[in-house]
Ligand binder design. Structure first.
Ligand code: NAP
Length: 279
């Protein structure tokens, strides 16, 4: 029978663990405070920000909201980040992406102090991850590894294929699977004969950003399929990069959308908030 990898349940366990840690830290006099910055009113970003703030409230982390107008300048945003870097009360800073086109995401991310980089996107965090050193890990990729571990799916020695090579999902997911001793291949838009590659995977991670891209003919019998994608179909239902209905009989385990990788991203963010407060 195909195993449904329950990200919602595992994320809830992690948040309860974080809540316990936060309580313990508070009893020793340490408070954790996350500053969340949103620029503009992109509806998807508003939902993500709201969910992050809700998770903070649940685990006992204070969250401060900063909302800048769509027309705010890059200097204004960087100025705010710098002020928050210096604010001792603030232990973590999150700038909700994507930013408006007139702002450089790279410059803004680089402005965040690596000690407060709870998204794990700063080049120092990325470098540490690459070298296998202790540091802040990006939330979605570390959530994928945690999902596999807590579902008793071993990565060691497995053929892992990651479809997508973005800096926030595909590339770091590949590095973290490698860290867990997987044999990792990364496929992208220039990859030839992609089905031949995805069909090799014992563990297939899909972060391609195209609804229902992966169908049963892309996977081998018994593969574990992790779907990172999140989209709304014509009927406004959420769906992923994987055609869940098509692959579910052939895969040995699969993540649903919603309720798979998505909740893990927020749970791992809460974990990073605790880690940042220890710096
Ligand atoms: P992205 O920046 O658009 O990257 C997509 C990647 O897919 C690129 O590396 C691209 O290759 C590759 N690609 C595009 N078309 C392809 C094709 N036909 N064959 C093979 N590879 C192809 O997206 P992202 O930020 O990584 O996000 C991916 C998906 O995950 C999106 O649906 C996003 O909404 C979702 N997401 C979910 C969470 C969560 O918490 N669940 C978090 C982040 C993102 P090139 O590099 O060659 O262009």
């Amino acid at each position: 029978m195909t195993q449904l990898i329950d990200g919602k349940k595992i994320a809830a366990q992690i948040k309860d663990e974080v809540k316990y840690d936060v309580d313990k830290l508070r009893s020793r006099g340490r408070e954790i405070c996350l500053a969340v910055i949103q620029v503009g009113h992109d509806p998807a970003s508003t939902v993500y920000v709201r969910n992050k703030k809700r998770a903070c409230a649940y685990v006992g982390i204070e969250s401060l909201s900063y909302e800048l107008d769509e027309s705010a300048s890059e200097e204004e945003l960087i100025g705010l980040v710098e002020k928050l870097n210096e604010n001792e009360k603030v232990t973590g800073i999150l700038v909700q992406l994507p930013l408006p086109k007139h702002m450089s995401e790279k410059k803004v991310i680089n402005a965040i102090s690596p000690n407060k980089d709870v998204d794990g996107f700063h080049p120092e965090s990325a470098g540490r991850m690459c070298r296998g050193e202790k540091g802040m890990l990006p939330c979605t990729p570390s959530g994928i590894v945690e999902l596999l571990k807590r579902s008793d799916i071993s990565i060691d020695g497995k053929e892992c294929v990651v479809v997508g090579r973005s800096n926030i999902v595909g590339k770091p997911a590949a590095l973290l699977l490698l860290r867990e001793n997987g044999t990792v291949t990364v496929a992208h838009s220039h990859t030839k004969n992609i089905k031949d590659i995805t069909k090799r995977a014992d563990i297939l991670v899909v972060a391609v950003g195209k609804p229902l891209f992966i169908t049963a003919d892309y996977i081998k019998e018994g593969a574990v399929v992790i779907d990172v994608g999140i989209h709304r179909d014509e009927e406004n239902h959420l769906c992923g990069d994987v055609d869940f209905e098509d692959v579910k009989e052939k895969a040995s385990a699969v993540t649903p959308v919603p309720g798979g990788v998505g909740p893990m991203t927020i749970a791992m963010l809460m974990r990073n908030c605790v880690a940042a407060s220890e710096k």
